[in-house]
Design a protein around this ligand. Structure first.
Ligand SMILES: Cc1cc2nc3c(=O)[nH]c(=O)nc-3n(C[C@H](O)[C@H](O)[C@H](O)COP(=O)(O)OP(=O)(O)OC[C@H]3O[C@@H](n4cnc5c(N)ncnc54)[C@H](O)[C@@H]3O)c2cc1C
Length: 225
């Protein structure tokens, strides 16, 4: 796809967002808004490898490297979302007993003087600004993705329930699933966390819908716990 830029802003894709809840934000808006950004590629990869080993967990080097390479671009990306933003470092990667944890900085948007918004709200407000004001991307609320529409191996669109009415939406190029986690699904939470009576922390809209939609279209799951 040929990229189209105006004033350095990527306007290439023609997008519509369907949000299940009456308002946006998800876990992003209730999070601490901390952004993990590597300051040294090789040391960050080494640190992350060690966290997998520490957790006795299967790792995929290609995925890990791609994650670090993309994460290193995220400060510029975040600052491009909305004008006059400032970020600051408030710590490093989570497991400081693991060597090289200082190769990843933890960044956050600075709250402008006189404003109370902080953490995840600051982050989400900047996303919202980039979507609504800069890119003018339409957002349809009370619109729940139900099922991907496929033909052979191709995803053609999705069934969406909008204000209680089921509609088939055709995609021009692709459907991006960004439906968050499964913490508010009574079956998936104990199943994937392998336990009972876990406390839920986060957004009630996250009931694993996208996971089930992807599985129904043939996707496999990895690292769900
Ligand atoms: C208290 C807390 C603190 C955290 N702090 C940090 C931190 O400091 N740093 C960090 O990196 N991470 C942090 N996290 C984790 C981080 O917030 C999440 O990993 C991240 O926000 C996930 O973003 P997302 O876009 O995938 O999902 P979300 O931001 O959760 O968005 C998912 C959206 O999809 C919508 N949705 C769900 N199902 C459907 C459907 N069928 N159709 C349409 N829409 C649907 C939901 O309503 C929601 O709006 C924290 C999490 C919590 C709960």
């Amino acid at each position: 796809m040929k990229k189209k830029y105006i004033d350095g802003i990527d306007l290439s894709a023609d997008v519509v967002i369907f949000e299940k809840c009456p308002q946006g934000g998800g876990n992003t808006a209730v999070s601490s808004g901390g952004m993990m950004i590597p300051n040294n590629r090789e040391r960050a990869i080494e640190y992350l490898r060690k966290t997998y080993d520490f957790a006795n967990s299967e790792k995929d080097d290609e995925l890990l490297t791609a994650f670090v390479d993309e994460a290193m671009k995220s400060k510029d990306f975040l600052l491009s979302l909305a004008p006059d933003q400032k970020v600051y470092i408030y710590g490093h990667a989570g497991f400081q007993s693991i060597p090289e944890s200082d190769a990843i900085d933890k960044w956050r948007f600075r709250t402008p003087k006189g404003q109370k918004t902080r953490g995840g709200d600051m982050l989400f407000n900047n996303y919202r600004y980039a979507v609504e004001t800069v890119r003018k991307i339409p957002v349809v609320y009370n619109a729940r993705g139900l099922e991907l529409i496929t033909r052979n191996d191709e995803v053609l669109g999705a069934w969406i329930e909008i204000d209680g009415k089921k509609e088939a939406v055709k995609a021009k190029k692709a459907v991006v699933l960004a439906t968050g986690g499964y913490e508010f699904d009574d079956k998936m939470l104990p199943n994937h966390t392998m336990g009972q009576k876990f406390h839920r922390l986060g957004h009630p809209g996250n009931t694993g819908d996208g996971v089930r939609m992807a599985q129904a279209a043939g996707a496999d799951l990895w690292h769900m716990n």
